[in-house]
Write a protein that binds this ligand. Structure first.
Ligand SMILES: *[C@@H]1O[C@H](CO)[C@@H](O)[C@H](O)[C@H]1NC(C)=O
Ligand SMILES: *[C@@H]1O[C@H](CO)[C@@H](O)[C@H](O)[C@H]1NC(C)=O
Ligand SMILES: *[C@@H]1O[C@H](CO)[C@@H](O)[C@H](O)[C@H]1NC(C)=O
Ligand SMILES: CC(=O)N[C@H]1CO[C@H](CO)[C@@H](O)[C@@H]1O
Length: 405
């Protein structure tokens, strides 16, 4: 039997508040935004047809073809109106938008450790969490309890939530249907943690996973990632293994992290050092970094991958030409089974699909498009700063490819 491969797709900020909240069918009661949205719609009639699938623009076929989809949810989802005081931007989207919008893209996991989850105080955070629970979307980074905020979410490959087989077979021409159906294939557990290094003010909220770059954080994070690394008993239905799953480590550990200053091309030394620490000492396989609002570089490090900044995927932010914060990407990691070994996956490559947020919609960029070239050049230049280079040739779908192992 040829080894199975799986794909995991990572997106940066999904910001559904303010104008996007007003354009969606369910909106919070925010008169200024409502007025601004009306003005925009009168100038741009196509916005009148904005639906829950609109934020995903033309990216849905790509998102639907992945085995696991992880996003940073850059807003609270609440109808409460008690805003966190003295904060410049307080984001909320109507909770009724969450199941519609996130299910349309088949989001599996939403990272909640970011600088907006508490924008409408703890009440707004709790409502966001209930909304995700009701929508059956996994999360970490904030919770109703400390445990829920800090412990990882457990996801599975193949993904039991996908209606298709949830895997891409590598058709080498000699794969054997009979063998595949008679031998039960293992399920692989994937743990996803989330944390944020800002705002500093929220470090005292016990159910918000705050990190800094101190030795104390390292000690705590290492304990968390190495001690909670056994699989929780919420195994998917149809999973045949039992006793062994209790003590076994997950096949992949993902650390989703909202870090660094906005609008900086290069992460600080302490961020890079922390990323290496996550891989060297905590067993992390994929670092999913976000917050910068524009793409940053990639570092291939000891057979693992660090995405320092995904860029924004969809939002209503002011356009800054210098940073091209309208450009982003879908980041897809391809993993494959290690033959001859049990319960083990290795990272094969990272594929980056450049996107542009246009009219509050994420759109795939064609490889002939100038903006595609811009993203490609930027990621290449920034990644070379970490000693990591992509292939000269794009993939068949125009994706930028970094080989991992
Ligand atoms: C959300 O919007 C839809 C369509 O306008 C409406 O039918 C539904 O009642 C709204 N839900 C809530 C909770 O307001
Ligand atoms: C399929 O597997 C072969 C051999 O392991 C490898 O050379 C090839 O690149 C794989 N193809 C894809 C699409 O992953
Ligand atoms: C794989 O699992 C089987 C049955 O549990 C065991 O006999 C075998 O030694 C394992 N192989 C490796 C390489 O761990
Ligand atoms: C397939 C398998 O591992 N079955 C085990 C499930 O757990 C019970 C009790 O711990 C074992 O007796 C089975 O062998």
């Amino acid at each position: 039997m040829s080894p199975r491969t799986f794909t995991l797709t990572f997106l940066g900020d999904i910001m559904l508040a303010r104008l996007i909240d007003q354009l969606l069918p369910n909106s919070t009661n925010t008169p200024t935004d409502a007025h601004n949205a009306e003005v925009l719609k009168s100038k741009n009639p196509s916005l009148a047809e904005y639906t829950p699938s609109s934020p995903w623009g033309t990216t849905l076929p790509l998102l639907h073809s992945t085995d696991l989809l992880t996003i940073n949810l850059e807003t609270s989802a609440t109808a409460t109106s008690q805003a966190w005081p003295d904060k410049k931007y307080n984001y909320r989207t109507h909770p009724a938008n969450i199941p519609d919008v996130l299910h349309l893209a088949r989001v599996d996991y939403a990272s909640l450790a970011n600088n907006h989850i508490l924008d409408f105080c703890e009440e707004g955070m709790i409502e966001t969490i209930w909304t995700l629970k009701q929508s059956k979307i996994s999360f970490a980074g904030a919770g109703e309890s400390i445990d829920e905020a800090f412990k990882p979410a457990t996801l599975w490959l193949p993904n039991p939530r996908r209606t298709h087989t949830g895997m891409q077979q590598n058709h080498t021409g000699h794969d054997d249907e009979h063998e595949r159906t008679s031998t039960p294939s293992p399920n692989y557990a994937v743990h996803v943690y989330s944390a944020s290094d800002h705002p500093a003010e929220w470090k005292n909220v016990p159910t918000f996973h705050f990190i800094d770059y101190s030795p104390a954080t390292r000690t705590r994070v290492k304990r968390l990632l190495t001690q909670s690394s056994t699989i929780r008993p919420d195994t998917p239905s149809g999973s045949s293994e039992n006793s062994s799953s209790e003590s076994r480590s997950p096949a992949l550990k993902i650390f989703s992290v909202h870090w660094g200053s906005n609008y900086k091309w290069t992460p600080s030394d302490e961020i890079q050092s922390f990323a290496h620490f996550l891989i060297d000492e905590c067993g992390v396989d994929i670092v999913h970094g976000h917050s910068s609002h524009h793409v940053q570089g990639v570092e291939i490090y000891k057979g693992k991958v660090i995405i320092y900044g995904c860029g924004d995927f969809v939002d209503d932010y002011v356009f800054r030409k210098e940073f091209r914060n309208d450009l982003g990407a879908a980041w897809r990691v391809i993993v494959s089974e290690v033959q001859g070994q049990n319960q083990s996956l290795k990272l094969d490559r990272l594929e980056i699909f450049p996107t542009r947020n246009k009219g509050f919609r994420a759109c795939m960029l064609d490889s002939k498009n100038r903006d595609h070239g811009w993203v490609r050049e930027k990621i290449r230049e920034l990644s070379l700063g970490f000693g990591s280079d992509c292939r000269d040739k794009l993939g068949v779908d125009g994706q930028i490819i970094f080989d991992i192992s």
